[in-house]
Design a protein around this ligand. Structure first.
Ligand code: JCF
Length: 684
């Protein structure tokens, strides 16, 4: 096939143009977050270049975007020397240390005025150095010990936000850029989910995942990890004017195509530095990547030169650290809590430790699988993570510190609250107490949920009160709330007559509710606020919902087989029906919701799908029919309204013809669906 191995001038310039276009679009997409062409168009250009390069291997240049997908597997990484050492940063752990840093600088410079500082989020990733010769990325290296690092050129090429060729008209002949490679949260989550699915070890945090990704000898693996890089300084620069300030450096880097963090700011004086810290600290949990502090740098490069260095760190910069989100502590014990649905959750009791800004003494261990995954024992030293308002998690056991007397965690076979057997059904990761409403823990949680704000919203019926009511045997089931005795209530801790009266008024008021609230309040498994609303609006009344079969339930928006199963089963249990009757008898009431029948024009019809549909999956077709009100059946009978025959339809088609049932092909079906969904009125 290969007739010409030397590319003509025309072909060469075609390849160069494709490279340039692709690099620009890559920059628009990954750095500016503002793509101008659809992904499909990018893919088309990419494949065009790929095929040219396949035909003429000499066209494969270092700055070709085809190099981003990774290539040969290395034996190991070469060691490289940084021509300008990569510095570390001194730390400040509180405002005082930051103020001292500013004072030291002003003393040294004999400066009366305030100093201008650049403030940057300190990204929690891996520091790297990128070398560009004549504008082309020629080497990427880790920081290593600051003097020598490892050559990871093949891996950094796969990082989408790293330019393979510098953009812009004025490009330095030599540029060494420093920055941080990190893994945004979304990418971290994806990688760990994939690892879990493949039965591989997960990464403890995004930083470790980024480090692990860059340490791959096979750059195709690195390419599969959605790493990002932000540039933050220049090691060497030749062939263009020196930047005027640190902020100017960042602007120039941005102009050459690098991603520069978007939160960087210039401030004056230590007070403004501290205000910036507070701002970012408040935003920290919402950022899509981990940061572990703020870096402050003297903006003026002339002042930076005058200040110089101490040992390995510059005098003109400091890292103000946030409270750590991970700390080490000891697992003292494990308790088992029983939730509303009977879920038995192991809770780690920890030696109290200050992490993520608060003292933590409990962390969730989720379930039995998590205990196995962590390989955790009582007495172990563990790493606890608390980020934002998320419940603290144990991310890792420090194996080296396991004491000789570490004890296995024994998952209870009986409920710690009611003694009923604990069951784990099918593939469910969660073990549950089988006691149902016999179990005081489940009873308490069910009542708390029933009374909660988004359910019946009974003001004054808080968690502590519910616990007392159940412990004292004053309420045994949900309807018991409506038969409370004023005198008994008044006797309870922190109650009294006035509170009892107020509570009874609130309880009385809660009886007049809405169907969505009431449905949510029942605490049916997997039926949250939104699902309760959808179900209520679809069926309009409790009676309609109670009679719905699983297929009808699944025709409700966002209701899949799992939810449908739980709802269906709820109404099949006599205890639940008795409870519903009791609640209604106690006076709980709600208006039915008028259903818009025109939205379901196929109500009463029975459709059969057969053969292969070319343009939509069987399940999509079914879903759309169901939501139009039709029943979808698997077999043809005299009750069948229409048969949709895709290609290669067989016996069902024959039977339909025999019974004289209307048959439509896929094209007609698609047209009919579209018309029905649009107008809500069937075609003639
Ligand atoms: O974001 C960072 N992790 C970061 C690290 C930012 C900087 O501006 C740095 C740094 C390490 C050293 N600057 C230096 C000099």
């Amino acid at each position: 096939m290969k007739t010409n191995s030397v590319a003509s001038a025309g072909i060469r310039s075609k390849a160069a143009a494709l490279r340039e276009q692709l690099n620009l679009h890559n920059h628009r997409y990954y750095v500016l977050d503002d793509p101008v062409i659809p992904d499909a168009e990018y893919d088309r250009l990419f494949r065009e270049l790929q095929s040219l390069e396949q035909q003429y291997p000499e066209l494969q240049t270092a700055d070709s975007p085809t190099q981003r997908v990774g290539g040969m597997v290395l034996e190991g990484f070469q060691s490289v020397r940084h021509q300008v050492p990569m510095l570390s940063l001194d730390n400040a752990f509180d405002d005082e240390e930051l103020v001292a840093f500013d004072s030291r600088i002003r003393d040294r410079l004999k400066y009366k005025e305030e100093i201008e500082y650049v403030c940057e989020p300190k990204l929690d990733g891996i520091a790297i150095s990128l070398l560009y010769r004549q504008g082309v990325l020629s080497r990427g290296a880790t920081r290593g010990d600051g003097e020598r690092g490892e050559d990871i050129t093949a891996n950094v090429r796969t990082v989408a936000s790293i330019p393979l060729r510098l953009l812009g008209a004025q490009v330095p002949s030599l540029l060494e850029v420093r920055g941080e490679i990190y893994l945004p949260h979304a990418g971290f989550k994806g990688i760990n989910e994939a690892a879990l699915a493949a039965g591989e070890k997960t990464f403890v945090n995004p930083r470790n995942a980024a480090a692990g990704s860059l340490r791959q000898l096979d750059s195709q693996i690195t390419a599969s990890r959605p790493l990002e890089m932000c540039a933050y300084s220049i090691g060497r620069i030749e062939g263009v004017d020196d930047p005027e300030s640190h902020f100017d450096t960042l602007e120039k880097l941005r102009g050459w195509g690098f991603l520069v963090n978007s939160h960087i700011d210039v401030v004056t004086g230590a007070t403004e530095c501290m205000a910036y810290y507070r701002r970012l600290e408040a935003e920290r949990d919402q950022l899509p990547y981990d940061i572990d502090g703020i870096v402050y740098k003297v903006n003026s490069l002339a002042l930076q030169r005058r200040l110089g260095f101490v040992a390995r760190a510059p005098r003109w910069a400091i890292a103000r650290k946030f409270p750590a989100q991970e700390e080490m502590t000891q697992l003292l014990d494990v308790e088992f809590q029983v939730g509303r649905t009977g879920a038995v959750t192991p809770v780690a009791k920890l030696e109290p430790v200050f992490v993520g800004g608060v003292t933590v003494s409990n962390a969730t261990l989720h379930n039995q699988d998590e205990i196995a995954r962590l390989g955790i024992k009582i007495g172990d030293t563990v790493i606890v993570r608390r980020a934002g308002d998320v419940i603290p998690q144990i991310v890792k056991v420090v194996d080296e510190r396991r004491p000789g007397n570490a004890q296995d965690i024994r998952f209870p076979s009986r409920c710690p609250v009611c003694g009923s057997p604990v069951e784990r059904l099918g593939s469910d990761a969660v073990a549950r107490c089988s006691g149902g409403m016999v179990c005081d823990a489940q009873r308490k949680e069910a009542i708390k949920h029933f009374a909660s704000r988004k359910a019946l919203d009974i003001e004054g019926l808080g968690d502590k009160l519910v616990e007392q009511l159940v412990d004292k045997g004053l309420v045994r089931s949900l309807d018991g709330i409506f038969h409370l005795d004023r005198a008994e209530l008044a006797e309870l801790e922190r109650m009294g007559e006035k509170s009892a009266d107020n509570l009874l008024v609130a309880i009385e008021a809660s009886k007049s509710t809405t169907l969505p609230r009431f449905l949510f309040a029942l605490g049916i498994r997997e039926v949250g606020e939104a699902t309760a609303k959808s179900l209520a609006e679809h069926f309009g009344s409790m009676e309609n919902l109670r009679q719905a079969d699983q297929e009808a339930l699944q025709s409700v928006e966002d209701v899949g087989p799992v939810v449908a199963h739980f709802v269906y089963e709820f109404f099949r249990q006599s205890d639940n029906l008795t409870l519903l009757d009791a609640l209604i008898a106690a006076g709980v009431n709600w208006p039915d919701i008028e259903i818009d029948e025109s939205a379901r024009p196929l109500t009463g019809e029975v459709w059969v799908l057969t053969g292969t549909l070319e343009n939509m999956g069987r399940s999509e077709a079914k879903e759309r029919l169901l939501s139009l009100g039709a029943k979808v059946s698997g077999s043809v009978s005299s009750n069948t309204t229409v048969v949709v025959a895709g290609s290669a339809a067989g016996s069902k088609l024959t039977k339909a013809q025999k019974l004289d049932i209307p048959v439509i092909d896929e094209q007609a079906f698609v047209a009919r669906l579209a018309a029905l969904e649009k107008t809500g009125t069937p075609l003639p």
